[in-house]
Write a protein that binds this ligand. Structure first.
Ligand code: C5P
Length: 223
């Protein structure tokens, strides 16, 4: 049986955090598929490729010069793009926004498909994103769809940015989150939606630990 746990959901639902905790707890590999779309967007911005130049973007996605490396003192993988550690550069709002634009293009998604599937190992994989359970790993035995209200997600993002010293308005963050949801949920290719066999968890009023424990229970049920 394919040992893959998929966690899909909108941005800010906590899926990245939950995936990291579970991967450390279980010793499974991690695929942050959003990072791949962010890297395509980052590469396009770096090389002056227009975000609607489908052919060049698909070529970039196919030949993406990226490695995920374990950095000393950091138990998580960092993306090294064209020889440069770009972990923080791909996390900006600009890059996230550009990522959701390139992610709406079918040739870009097709170009990333095999690369994503290659992350599956016998040891086990936790894959987080928007279409992990619906498109990339449709036969995963446990699929989770993690959501939270847009207001709650905006507040979490606001607190994160405030803690890192950035001054931002919560209203602007909420608008950005709603625009990104709209684009991700209403695109024609691989729209964000729960797989038919996904366990749906609304984390609006749950702590990270509570979400982790619900998913751990679901995993132990399938053995
Ligand atoms: O999850 P993250 O915010 O890093 O993803 C950035 C963007 O990449 C998302 O807004 C979404 O448009 C896109 N994405 C996707 N499919 C995935 C993961 C991310 O379309 N599996």
């Amino acid at each position: 049986m394919l040992k893959v746990l998929t966690i899909d959901g909108p941005s800010g639902s906590g899926k990245g955090t939950v995936a990291k905790i579970l991967s450390q707890k279980l010793g499974w590999e991690l695929l942050d598929s959003g990072a791949l779309y962010r890297l395509v967007a980052f590469g396009a911005l770096k090389h002056g490729i227009e975000l609607d130049d489908v052919d060049k973007l698909a070529e970039l996605a196919l030949t993406l010069d990226v490695e995920f490396k374990l950095e000393e003192g950091n138990e998580l993988l960092v993306p090294v793009f064209e020889g440069e550690n770009v972990a923080s550069q791909i996390r900006t709002e600009k890059c996230g926004d550009a990522a959701s634009k390139v992610a709406a293009l079918t040739p870009v998604r097709d170009a990333l498909l095999d690369r994503q599937r290659a992350f599956a190992t016998e040891q086990g994989l936790i894959a987080d994103g928007r279409d992990m359970g619906t498109v990339v790993f449709p036969s995963a035995p446990v699929k989770v769809y993690l959501s939270a209200s847009a207001e709650e997600r905006a507040e979490r993002r606001y607190n994160q940015l405030k803690a890192s010293g950035e001054s931002v308005s919560i209203a602007a963050i909420l608008d950005e989150i709603k625009a990104r949801d709209d684009r991700d949920m209403n695109r024609s290719v691989a729209p964000l939606k729960p797989a038919n066999d996904a366990i749906e968890i609304d984390s609006t009023h749950l702590s990270i630990d509570e979400v982790v424990s619900q998913i751990s229970d679901a995993l132990s049920e399938v053995g």
